[in-house]
Design a binder for this molecule. Structure first.
Ligand code: ATP
Ligand code: MG
Length: 406
């Protein structure tokens, strides 16, 4: 994308077609991108095979085709002035085919690295060596029985993760010793994996950055994340959540990771906070997502620019400004489990009215027709004048939902 030619919202081309942003994938992240793009005056096009996809339902155009369907991709390219993706498992060749016709951000090469844990960790190692100072957990790539046998003792106990297609803790096995490691690799189908040393996590955090084609890169504040059963449950972004010196290091490391990729778009990098052995905490880089991230949803209500507007700006070649957080924030993920009271078969809509009666609550539902346990149905952003006020509302909201306290 040429820096000199931003795609201005509301502009029309010679044929009268309005400025249109395309997105590969119609899940909730695509939906919130579409909402941000439409709020600014762009038309949108979504490619997703599902007739009821959350983003397809609200987009100007919904191309219902497989992600690698040549005709579908050609239609998306014909309808769109610039294209992005909302999930990392979009086939890299599809992005490359689109890129031959339209600006695509992030590019296929960056997405390919984020799709593969081994390539991703190799990139993190390069960035650490170049001065970001934040390394991944000790690890070994396992593609062959020989590599499995050669694993260093020091990596055990560890977590075996499939190199590709893992999410929400799926495609992972915790292993104590070599026998468990071999059994787990068998169970995972002997596909390429990485074995990571099990780290003494004290907390987890993530950082979202947006980078433009001109190299400008801005960082959102650092999010503190709590997972339940491998799925993000709560994100907290306020004074006292993360020690400022660690937060600054995480932001600098994330910017370095984006810059060294020549990345364009929104990128999220996840970190572990681990014991440094001297009574303090150290940072370890976990993984990255080449798109907005669940942990960045609080930006919709707590920052002057949301992560989705930042994605729109980056993709359209519009200016990126450093985001300003104007309120402490807590985000609660709303999973499908909330629709099912213990012992009840039928889904019951949760008490949104009671939640919305609490101060500073902002409900975001993704328009998914049916709730299922573990399915991401929406999130609740909580803002307020003080950290204490936000925590108090979060405590009440969690109790209303029957979820564990902060
Ligand atoms: P998602 O896509 O939802 O972020 P994922 O399936 O890609 O998840 P990871 O982020 O690699 O998986 O791991 C999921 C969670 O498991 C982490 O957030 C962390 O809580 C824990 N975990 C992963 N790797 C390690 C490790 N090496 N040591 C300790 N805990 C770990
Ligand atoms: Mg993760």
């Amino acid at each position: 994308m040429k820096e000199s030619t931003p795609l201005l919202p509301g502009a029309t081309d010679a044929s009268g077609r309005p400025a249109t942003l395309g997105v590969m994938g119609g899940g909730q992240l695509g939906r919130m991108f579409v909402q941000a793009a439409q709020a600014m005056g762009y038309a949108t096009a979504v490619l997703d095979p599902d007739a009821d996809s959350p983003a397809g339902l609200i987009s100007h155009h919904h191309i219902r085709s497989a992600y690698d369907d040549t005709e579908g991709l050609a239609r998306l390219a014909a309808l769109s002035d610039a294209i992005t993706t909302e999930f990392e498992n979009v086939p890299a060749p599809a992005l490359a085919a689109l890129a031959a016709q339209r600006p695509v951000a992030p590019g296929a090469a960056c997405v390919a690295i984020a799709q593969d844990r081994a390539a991703e960790k190799a990139h993190f190692m390069r960035c650490a060596a170049d001065g970001s100072g934040v390394r991944p957990a000790p690890y070994a790539a396992i593609d062959t029985p020989e590599q499995l046998a050669a694993v260093a003792d020091d990596l055990l106990p560890g977590i075996l993760k499939t190199a590709r297609l893992g999410y929400d803790g799926k495609g992972q096995a915790r292993v104590k010793d070599r026998a468990e490691l071999a059994a787990a690799w068998d169970r995972l189908g002997r596909v390429p994996c990485v074995l990571e040393k099990l780290m003494p996590l004290r907390a987890e955090c993530s950082v979202i950055v947006a980078r433009g084609a001109n190299g400008d890169c801005v960082s959102f504040p650092v999010q503190k994340n709590t997972h339940h059963d491998g799925i993000l449950a709560v994100t907290e972004v306020h004074e006292g959540a993360i020690e400022p010196a660690l937060a600054r290091r995480a932001q600098a490391a994330t910017i370095a990771i984006a810059q060294q990729l020549g990345y364009v778009g929104v990128l999220c990098v996840e970190y572990f906070l681990v014991d440094d052995g001297q009574g303090g905490l150290d940072l370890v880089v976990n993984e990255m997502a080449p798109r907005p991230h669940n942990s960045g949803h609080y930006t919709q209500n707590a920052c002057d620019v949301s992560q989705f507007e930042a994605q729109v700006r980056a993709v359209a070649g519009l200016p990126l400004r450093p985001p300003v957080q104007h309120s402490p924030a807590i985000m609660l993920n709303l999973l499908g489990d909330l629709w099912f009271a213990p012992g009840r078969e039928a889904a019951v809509t949760p008490p949104w009215d009671a939640l919305l009666a609490l101060p500073g609550t902002h409900l975001h539902l993704y328009g998914k027709a049916s709730a299922r346990p573990g399915r991401k149905m929406g999130h609740l952003n909580i803002t307020g004048p003080t950290v204490a006020a936000v925590r108090d509302t979060a405590t009440k909201a969690l109790a209303l939902l029957g979820l564990p306290p902060l």
